[in-house]
Design a protein around this ligand. Structure first.
Ligand code: SF4
Length: 498
């Protein structure tokens, strides 16, 4: 292995990446073109983190923000030094560099003898992983001989309920982690040196794929590292735990066709493996017909969209509470009737929940059979609204009782196609059975993007952008319920076969 003497710059995001996987760190530096697309939802989570950081500044008023006042790293380093030698009490995003590691702590407050470091997180609790990146910041400050008296993590207090106005003192929880971080100093120094060696190497580190590829988030190099696995790999077997799949993989069982006959599988898994071996769908006619027998007209295909926000937006709500803002409803009155689409998309300027609940009750027929795909969001949201609006409670709880879940025949293996690759989301199932319909051509392609788009709508002041987002949201949600209409047709076609 060839190592260069060059010191590669490390930052907190790179350090976090390197802590999860050395190969990811190396690829990011040397082969960034192998990375898949940056997940929009991940980017939005960073944006949310930044917004939370801005609110946290209100805990420590009258600070100077280095990254806003200086536009290059050199100037930010210079300004930080200058203000630390002045009477300024609080710095937001000051810049420090030591041993090739560059950091921008969220907040630094002067004490009588030194400084307190505050690291702001948009999480609802203190994860042990957070301490690693806080320890990197302490490593740099210590290396620069800056006296750090206290180190605190500031995170969201999920028990907080928004009153008439936002109370930042109650929105955040401040946890003193000084001792826990300071005791990691040597370990952090070793980790930095190891990462420098990884980066200086001309050879990609050997790291096997594992659960770390998807947790705590999907690695952007997964398309590269996992390319040797086909759609028929053991990772596509549904109902097996991650541990079971990786154990099989490490034992050399990579494809379903290599599964030992003695391996204990459920009836559904046996049917799934058979479908992959034979390359054709498998059908459980009894299960399928029983499920279809639970449905009746008028069929009401229903799908909700909801968003969550770290900073609660409406009086009476908590951080990260799900707020339903949109639904699509296709109603089919009889076997030969064309389904008719109805929809609700809230105004972005007010609390959407009352209008959402009233529209739902008005549009769903009293005797309707509500068909959802994975009912959890719909059931939970309706139950929540029933508590919030006692005068609508009876009607909403009645709707909950009318729900049938279209995921059941797929999840239980009554109909399985190898094209589903062991997945049951409507986005995977639709192209497996209705290839002419796809989410790919839509601007908004999944529920998380829909939620983020609605949040963007709230922040935008551009009329054209707002109009485009509303159109994209309508199209996406309508697709969800139309997809259910078509999938039910598919189930019927298979159930009619002998
Ligand atoms: S996909 Fe897995 S092994 Fe490959 S770089 Fe990412 S985390 Fe590492």
């Amino acid at each position: 292995m060839i190592e260069s003497n060059k010191l590669y710059p490390l930052s907190v995001p790179l350090f976090v990446r390197g802590n999860l996987c050395h190969k990811s760190l190396w690829l990011h530096q040397h082969r960034p073109e192998l990375s898949g697309q940056v997940d929009e939802t991940l980017r939005a989570r960073f944006d949310e983190g930044y917004r939370v950081g801005l609110f946290a500044r209100e805990l420590f008023l009258d600070g100077r923000c280095i990254t806003e006042e200086a536009d290059t790293v050199d100037r930010q380093l210079w300004l930080t030094k200058k203000l630390m030698n002045s009477s300024v009490m609080t710095l937001y995003e000051p810049a420090f560099k030591f041993d090739s590691v560059l950091i921008f702590p969220n907040i630094l407050c002067r004490t009588e003898t030194g400084w307190t470091l505050y690291d702001v997180k948009s999480h609802g609790m203190l994860h042990p992983g957070i301490l690693k990146d806080v320890a990197l910041q302490y490593f740099v400050l210590k290396g620069l001989n800056i006296q750090v008296d206290r180190i605190c993590v500031v995170h969201i207090n999920t028990d907080y309920v928004l009153g008439k106005s936002l109370d930042v003192l109650r929105l955040f929880t401040v946890v003193d982690v000084t001792d826990r971080v300071k005791m990691r100093l040597n370990q952090t120094r070793d980790t930095v040196q190891t990462m420098q060696r990884v980066l200086a190497s001309s050879v990609v580190p050997k790291v096997a794929i594992g659960p770390h590829c998807s947790k705590p988030y999907e690695c952007d190099f997964k398309p590269f590292c996992w390319q040797h696995l086909s759609d028929d790999s053991v990772f596509s077997i549904s109902g097996l735990s991650k541990n079971q799949k990786f154990t099989l993989y490490e034992q050399g069982v990579r494809e379903m066709q290599d599964m030992p006959a003695s391996y204990p599988l459920s009836d559904e898994q046996v049917a799934q493996v058979r479908a992959h071996r034979e390359g054709v769908p498998t059908v459980n006619l009894i299960g399928l017909r029983d499920f279809l027998g639970t449905l009746h007209y008028p069929l009401c295909f229903l799908d909700f969209e909801a968003f969550q926000s770290a900073i609660p937006l409406f009086s009476g709500t908590r951080p990260y509470e799900q707020i339903p803002f949109q639904f699509s409803l296709h109603i089919q009155s009889g076997p030969t009737a064309e389904p008719i689409n109805y929809s609700f998309l809230a105004s972005e300027s007010e609390d959407p929940r009352r209008a959402f609940a009233e529209s739902l009750i008005k549009l769903v027929p009293e005797n309707g059979c509500i068909v959802t795909y994975d009912h959890h969001l719909e059931s939970q949201a309706m139950r929540h609204l029933a508590v919030l609006f006692p005068d609508l409670s009876r009607a909403l709880l009645k709707l909950v009782g009318q729900i049938r879940d279209l995921i059941i025949p797929f999840e239980k293996g009554y109909l399985y196609s190898p094209a589903m690759r062991g997945r049951y989301s409507i986005k995977t199932i639709l192209p497996a059975f209705v290839p002419e319909l796809s989410y790919e051509n839509l601007v908004i392609k999944n529920g998380e993007m829909a939620a983020l788009s609605f949040c963007k709508l709230r922040l935008s002041s551009d009329a054209k952008e707002k109009s485009d987002i509303r159109i994209a949201l309508e199209k996406y949600c309508e697709m969800d319920t139309y997809a259910m209409v078509r999938l039910l047709d598919v189930l019927r076609v298979f159930s009619d076969r002998d």
